[in-house]
Each structure stands twice: as C-alpha cells, then as structure tokens.
Design a binder for this molecule. Structure first.
Ligand code: ADP
Length: 572
C-alpha cells in the first residue's frame, strides 16, 4: 500500500481512521438527502406539479421578488450549483437582462449583466430554445469573455424559459420564450449532466409560468390603478350605476357635486343616497328608457350639465348606466354676459348715433342760420365730432377684443413718453365730461421719461379715469397719481364712488363682466374696457390690480416698465 508523504496512515493511526469513517457517514447522509430531494423532484416532474413555492399565486412585485429568491436558492441547491440567475427578454432593447434577485451575484454584477439576443450562450439558448451546457467557459468560443470574468464563471448550464399555451386537447398552440436561466459553477468539482438539464428545464418552465402570470397580474393592477387615478382626477363628475341600481363607480367630482361620500356610497342603491330629487328622477328616467339623455341642474348656485349613456357588454346587453356631469356655470355666465353685451353694445352705439343724427338734422333744418347762431352751430359740430370719436373708440375697442380672443398680439409703437404731461392731458380731457368731480393729478417731481406706447398708456389712463367718473355718480375727488419704483412706474386712479363688492374683484378684468349690469341703462358701458386695459398693461410687461371698499371707493393700480421688456420688443 502506498501512503503519501505527510498523510496519516489510517492503519497505524486510529484517530485518522475514525475521522475518515465519520466523514464517510456524513457523506452517506448527504447522498441520502440528495437522493430524497431528487426523488421528490422526479415525482413533481412526472406529475406536472410545480415546485411548492412557485405554486402560490403571485400578485405583487414584492411577492414575485420573494418567490424568485426562493426559486434561485432552490435551483442552486438541487443542481449543486454555486450561482443562479434569471435573464428576461426586453423587447425595446432586444436584450436579455439579469433580474433581481439572483444567487451569489452582487447588485453591480446583476446590473451589468445584459446580453443581446444575438450574442453568447444566453442569446443562443434564447434564440434556439434549447439548453446549453458549457464545461469550460473561459475557453469555450460561444461565451462572452467579459461576462465570464465579470461573474467569475467556470462552467454553466443555461436553459430557455418557455411558456406554452395549450388547447383543450393539451396540444401546444403557442410557445413563447421569455428569457433564460443560468446556473454557474457546479460544486464538488462535478459537471452539469443531462439529468440537470431535465430538472432545470422543468423548474424553468414553472418559473416562466409564475413570472408571466405575475407580470400580467401586476400589469392589470397597474392599469386598474391608472384608470382609477384618471377617473378620480377628472374634473367632470362620473357615476356608474349597475343594472341592479347600485352605485358601482363614483369619482370625487361626482361625489362632491352630489354631496356623497365616495368610500361609503359604492354598492348602495342610488335612489337611497342621491338626495337631489331632480338628479334622481333624471337617472331613473335614463334607467327605465335605456336612453342617452341630457339635462341641466342647478345645485348650490352652480349649473351642471348631465349626460347619460348605457354601459353594454360585448353582446350589447345593458349592464349599467353611465352618467357624466360637467360644471357649466362659467359657460352659461359667459353666454349670458355675451347676450347682455349685445344689448349694451347696441345701446352704446345708438346713443352717439342718436346725438349725431339729432344735431345733423337740426343743422340741416336751419340752412339760412335763422335759428342758430354761428357759436351754437360750432358747438353742435363739436358734439357731432366728439360723438363720432366715441363711436370710433367703441368700434376699435370691439375690434381689439376680437383680436385678443383670436390670440393675436396687440401691436405696440414704442416712443419716449413724458408721463407727467400725458397724465395731465388725460385728466383735463376727462374734466370736460363732468362738473360733479374734482380730478387731481399728483406727480412727483423729476419723473423720468419712459419708453412706452403713448397712445396705449393714454387709453389705459383715459379708461380708468372715465370709469372713476362713471362709477362715482354722486361725484367726489378722483386722484391720479404715479410712483417711481425703480424698474417700473406705478400708477393709481382713486375715486370715492360705489366701489366693487369683494366677490367681483377677481372678475372685473374678464371680458363682458359688469358688476352694475342692472344699472346699465343708468351707467353706460360694455364690460370690455377693463379687459382691454389689462391686456394693454400686460402687453407692456406690467401688472394691474384693484383695491376697493363698497360704497367708499376704489383705487386701480397698474405698473409700466420704464423700458420695454428685452424679448419681443415692439410686439407683445
Ligand atoms: P364698463 O364698460 O361696464 O364700464 P369695464 O370693463 O370698464 O366695463 O368695467 C367692468 C365693470 O367693473 C364695470 O361694469 C363696473 O361694474 C366695474 N367697475 C369698473 N371701474 C369701476 C370703478 N372705478 N368703481 C366701481 N366699479 C367699477
């Protein structure tokens, strides 16, 4: 018997003999354990039952990760491999991508492990759909050497992950490969065998089925959530009622409009929980007649337009009723304001025309200048002239509004403007319209010259002073002021008139909005002046706002930059 130098001779050394015997017993126990596992797996393979951990339905990303973790560990244990990793196919990049979690691969290694389906053993197994054993990855021409050294791979077994769809006769009608599984580095110096291929193929099939159904479930859940978020964020109210008259879906807008609590009303009978009589009757009418009907309701001073449609299944059977509710208060207000506007504009056009017609007729009826002297006749001509100006102004305002509504820019002609002179000119012109008001201009000395559109600033000031006169029917002082704020000038026009109620403050700069529309016969106007003023100020790059106390008066402020804004100079 040959004994290696330095090795204990079991014949002579009883301790060493005992050690070897213990090791032998240990090895036998491990072999028996492996035999049992193999037997169990063979049973599962032949009966088609999946590995127990893979059988549980997976419905979340976390559950899938956990299942895969157990799976890779178990695969490595069964196949006596050191490492195990799943790679899934990504259609948009055309790559097989290593998945978390993998066994004995670092996070960096998993992230770096991506292979095109045209390359390496991964690509071949995926393309061809067959398993591949590689006994020496370092020298095998099929392997990608960077990955071999990245993952420290000696030998490998790779099988495709196949999903098969079968018909009722168990014939395969569709076969899809979703990726590959690798096991690397067979332990105890052993080699991967045909038996390993058989086992891993079955395990891979189970894993593929679990991954693909989990992905489908997760996708459906994501889509469901997405749909839910979309429905909930809709500004329109949405209500779905089942055939059995129970509420199935109610989004937050519908709940808000109808005063429902979204969490508790789903599943309830709509007739019991919708308290608005008109809405209830409207819904039951739609349910009974299975028709698409529309109606408007007023709830808490809001106007809502409701429309219904029947929900049908693929066989066109009615399964429920869908109702969409939109808040149309603003729309109806604008419509009302537009129709008010038509009547006020007609009135505003008729007033100067009546004056022009009256004075022209008077002058024509006195061709010999018998009744009216030269000075009176001149006064008549001046009235006709100023009424014509009024008409031109009104028409040009209307044209400007339509320009703004069409999204066209207001054209500005920049020039150097002497602000103090301009303010005084506007004030003195307006003084000629009133003897009830005192118009005071306060300008600080040393006001700088400003580069602006003179006519447009004139139009802004004229409009605000004119409003101050119109909306102070009892008279009072109107103060027109300006402050130098460095980059800009801040103008103010203050009156002691009727003021503006707080709930109208935000709206008076909207087109056609008139607070005192009921007084339209008494206080003439069209509701477009402040809308234009705001647009003219903004075209200069300034801002406009108002402070007002009802029955005490208002101050309109606006700013104009001393120089035109850098970009878009000239045209805004
Ligand atoms: P209008 O042609 O009606 O005067 P504006 O657009 O100039 O149109 O003004 C819109 C509304 O804002 C007016 O109808 C009026 O109700 C209110 N308003 C404007 N200026 C004043 C003011 N100085 N004091 C009180 N209310 C005002």
């Amino acid at each position: 018997m040959t004994v290696a130098v330095g090795m204990p001779d079991p014949e002579k050394d009883p301790n060493s003999k005992r050690d070897i015997q213990t090791e032998l017993v240990d090895l036998r126990r491990r072999i028996a354990e492996l035999e049992r596992t193999k037997h169990l797996l063979e049973q599962q393979v032949s009966s088609g039952t999946p590995v127990s951990e893979m059988a549980a339905p997976v419905t979340t990303k976390e559950e899938l990760a956990q299942t895969l973790q157990t799976f890779v560990r178990r695969v490595a244990m069964i196949l006596q491999a050191e490492k195990c990793v799943i790679m899934l196919f990504e259609a948009d990049t055309g790559e097989l991508v290593a998945q978390f979690p993998a066994l004995k691969l670092t996070d960096e290694e998993i992230l770096a492990f991506r292979v095109s389906t045209t390359d390496g053993i991964s690509g071949e197994a995926f393309r061809e759909g067959h398993p591949i054993i590689c006994h020496d990855c370092a020298s095998d021409p099929r392997t990608i050497k960077d990955n071999v050294s990245l993952l420290n791979v000696r030998d490998s077994l790779t099988v495709p992950m196949i999903i098969e769809r079968r018909n009722e006769n168990q014939q395969v009608v569709e076969r899809t490969i979703i990726g590959v599984i690798h096991v690397f580095n067979k332990r105890y110096g052993m080699k991967f065998t045909e038996e390993d291929i058989r086992l891993l193929t079955v395990l891979a099939r189970n894993a593929a089925a679990v991954i693909s159904s989990a992905r489908a479930i997760i996708l459906i859940q994501q889509e469901k959530k997405q749909l839910e978020y979309t429905l909930q964020s809709m500004t329109s109210g949405l209500l779905v009622i089942s055939r059995t008259e129970r509420i199935q879906i109610v989004n937050s807008s519908a709940a808000h409009i109808l005063g429902l609590t979204p969490g508790t009303c789903v599943g309830q009978l709509y007739k019991q929980i919708i308290t608005e009589d008109e809405v209830r009757e409207f819904l039951s009418h739609a349910m009974e007649h299975e028709g698409e009907i529309a109606k408007e309701f007023t709830i808490s001073e809001h106007v809502y337009a409701a429309e219904t449609a029947m929900v049908r299944d693929e066989k066109r059977n009615v399964v429920g009723l869908l109702c969409v509710i939109n808040d149309v208060t603003e729309l109806r207000n604008v419509e009302r304001m537009k129709s008010d506007f038509v009547s006020t504009v007609s009135h505003e056009l008729r007033t100067p025309l009546t004056a022009i017609k009256g004075f022209t007729r008077t002058l024509l009826d006195d061709p010999e200048e018998e009744f009216y002297e030269r000075d009176t006749r001149r006064e008549f001509y001046e009235i006709i002239d100023s009424e014509c100006d009024r008409l031109v102004r009104l028409i040009s305002d209307l044209l400007n509004v339509s320009r703004i509504e069409r999204g066209l820019p207001l054209q500005l002609q920049y020039d150097t403007v002497n602000i103090a002179e301009l303010m005084e000119k506007c004030a003195s012109f307006q003084r000629s319209y009133t003897d009830k008001h005192k118009i005071v201009v306060t300008t600080a000395s040393g006001l700088p010259k400003v580069i602006a559109d003179k006519d447009k600033v004139d139009q802004i000031l004229t409009n605000l002073i004119n409003n101050a006169i119109k909306y102070s029917p009892e008279g009072g002082t109107i103060t027109v002021g300006v402050e130098d704020e460095g980059e800009t000038l801040r103008f103010s026009v203050t009156d002691q008139g009727m003021g503006i109620p707080p709930d109208h403050i935000d709206k008076i700069f909207q087109r056609f909005h008139r607070v005192h529309s009921g007084d339209s016969q008494r206080v003439g106007g069209t509701g477009i002046g402040l809308f234009l003023v705001k647009n003219l100020v903004q075209a200069h790059g300034g801002a406009i706002w108002v402070d007002s106390v009802p029955q005490q008066g208002s101050t309109f402020f606006f700013t104009i930059p001393k120089k035109p804004p850098e970009k878009g100079t000239g045209i805004v």
